[in-house]
Design a protein around this ligand. Structure first.
Ligand SMILES: Cc1cc2nc3c(=O)[nH]c(=O)nc-3n(C[C@H](O)[C@H](O)[C@H](O)COP(=O)(O)OP(=O)(O)OC[C@H]3O[C@@H](n4cnc5c(N)ncnc54)[C@H](O)[C@@H]3O)c2cc1C
Length: 539
């Protein structure tokens, strides 16, 4: 009988990248003709770009070998992982999901696997209408506070670079997230490349497919439906109030609100749900021509080589004296800087890319770590006040019409305004400003020291064609909704804070994985489902 073996460490020159070459390389390693084997699966594909004279991909493959093959080199056997089977949940009232970003979507998908039909409430609009609002904001400069880059079907991740964690570096939950994205339209390569990404164009298609699947399986999605109150019975959640009037009873509420629903955090605080401050990073976006970054990372030979994608980078810096760090975050190669504001008069930036990552610019956040002591108050929501203060200054510095305050990096380092700004990708326009004026002195100081350090490591990175735009404030949530090991709020049973807004995850993959874990915990460890009648009981 034919067997399947795993072969690691196959080096393929990037110029020859392709299935035929993989087969030949595997055959050479096995010592048999290519005609006798078949590639069953690509298990890993990692760029090996250390030697600028020749770039390679390193591959791990699962291959089928003929029955009589003598495995003298003891290649390990390959066996596909078994598919998880779900035990249906007992019939009961419908679980509620608040928010339809990655965490809400994956919670709903998982609940459906257990045979449940979740009720989903999303304050923003359906994706197609949301997309029209996002475009209108760029054109007409009128923000729709409930429908923008933060709020609406698909959540904040929809307008993003769609960077995902790779399967190898993370848990089986991350693997499941990748498999789910593939099921709903992502290319299979995200399951084996070392730095998977989707891109906003692809993400929008995937979100629509997920929505259709949920609806087809009996889930309900209510748009323009904001959680405005939580019904409580004793120390347990008993239901939700939507848009101030409609009540829906349920003892299981998955709260997947993201990090920008500041009004909803105020509601949680008012309800006495335990919240605590947590660190958040704040800084600027730096943007370069993609060609500059490609040259820095790939060198002259591969700087314009098609097929290896726009180059990524990461830099880190810690100030030994203050202990304060700065680091590159959410890098978007071949992407654009976007206005990710969600409140009137408060400006926040972020970055996104399309699947092809083919714009003429590459950007990244340069984020400085801030700790609760920086917020100036012990109030659990003080971090929002801290973020808002910076966002307000940025709005005004941009001229109050949603242009982005910007400064050439070289001028920022010299402490002077730019007389002419470098070309950039910001669709809503830029306005020359002194970015130091947006931030507390410790952020500006750390940014300047970091760039000075990086100039020594990579002079082209801190060169004349780099532009800074600000501010980047929404890197994560400055609040944590305290929860126990059972994923429930520590003082409101049946309330499952999940995803970025819970304060226990960050980014698309980990927020989606967090939702999977919470649903699993609820299903296996005595979730709150109504046995019968209308009174919530804990089973
Ligand atoms: C421009 C941009 C680029 C990004 N790029 C990346 C990237 O490349 N990779 C990555 O991993 N992460 C990226 N992120 C971060 C990522 O998008 C978030 O970490 C992720 O979306 C968090 O998922 P979530 O479901 O927890 O929250 P969100 O995606 O924020 O979703 C929360 C949802 O809840 C809804 N909501 C809030 N309050 C209420 C309420 N009271 N009632 C009803 N609905 C409510 C909101 O409208 C929203 O749709 C990016 C973010 C932005 C803004």
């Amino acid at each position: 009988m034919a067997r399947e073996l795993r072969i690691d460490g196959l080096l393929i020159p990037v110029e020859k990248d392709g299935a035929g070459e993989y087969l030949k390389a595997a055959a050479r390693r096995l010592g048999i003709p290519a005609a006798g084997i078949g590639v069953v699966r690509i298990l890993a594909k990692t760029p090996v770009f250390g030697d600028r004279r020749q770039f390679y991909y390193e591959l791990s493959l699962a291959v089928r070998v003929p029955a009589g093959y003598k495995n003298k080199e003891n290649f390990p056997r390959y066996a596909a992982k078994p598919v998880m089977r779900y035990k249906p949940a007992p019939a009961g009232p419908r679980p509620v999901v608040i928010g339809f970003g990655p965490a809400g979507m994956f919670a709903a998908l998982e609940l459906i696997e257990y045979g449940l039909k979740p009720l989903i409430f999303e304050r923003g609009k359906k994706l197609e209408e949301r997309h029209a609002d996002v475009r209108r904001f760029i054109k007409e400069r009128k923000l729709v506070p409930e429908s923008n880059i933060q709020f609406g079907e698909g959540g904040a991740g929809t307008y993003s670079d769609g960077k995902l964690f790779s399967r190898r570096k993370n848990t089986s939950y991350a693997g499941k997230v990748l498999d789910t994205f593939i099921k709903f339209g992502a290319p299979p390569e995200i399951s084996y490349v070392s730095k998977p990404h989707l891109g906003t164009d692809l993400l929008r298609r995937i979100v629509a497919n997920i929505r259709n699947h949920i609806l087809a399986r009996g889930g309900e999605i209510h748009y323009g439906s904001k959680l405005t109150d939580i019904l409580v019975s004793g120390d347990a959640a008993a239901g939700v109030v939507i848009n101030g009037s409609a009540e829906y009873l349920s003892p299981a509420i998955y709260l997947a609100i993201g990090h920008s629903a500041r009004d909803t955090f105020e509601l949680l605080h008012k309800k006495g749900i335990t919240l605590e401050q947590k660190p958040v990073s704040v800084g600027v976006r730096v943007e370069h021509p993609a060609a500059t970054i490609n040259l820095i990372r790939y060198g002259a030979k591969y700087g314009n080589f098609p097929g290896i994608g726009a180059a990524v980078y990461s830099f880190n810096y810690t100030n030994r004296r203050t202990g304060r760090g700065a680091y590159t975050f959410c890098m978007c190669p071949g992407g654009e800087v976007v206005n990710a504001s969600s409140e009137e008069g408060l400006l926040a930036l972020n970055g996104m890319s399309c699947a092809a990552r083919d714009s003429a610019f590459s950007n990244a956040a340069i984020a400085v770590t801030c700790v609760p002591a920086d917020y100036g108050s012990a109030h659990p929501l003080a971090g929002f006040k801290f973020q808002r203060g910076i966002e307000r200054k940025a709005f005004l510095a941009g001229g109050g019409d949603w242009r982005t305050p910007a400064q050439n990096l070289s001028d920022f380092l010299r402490g002077r305004r730019s007389s002419a700004l470098n070309r950039n990708s910001c669709a809503m326009g830029t306005r020359s400003a002194d970015l130091a004026g947006l931030f507390p002195a410790f952020i500006t100081g750390t940014l300047r020291s970091a760039f000075k350090q990086w100039k020594k490591e990579s002079p082209l990175f801190v060169a004349d064609d780099a532009l800074l735009m600000g501010p980047e404030t929404r890197t994560t949530s400055p609040v944590r909704i305290r929860r126990g090991k059972n994923f429930m709020s520590i003082n409101m049973r049946g309330l499952y804070p999940i995803g970025e807004g819970s304060g226990y995850s960050g980014g698309i993959t980990s927020s989606a994985a967090d939702a999977l874990k919470a649903v699993e915990a609820a299903m296996n460890r005595g979730a709150t489902y109504w046995a019968s009648g209308s009174d919530p009981v804990i089973l």
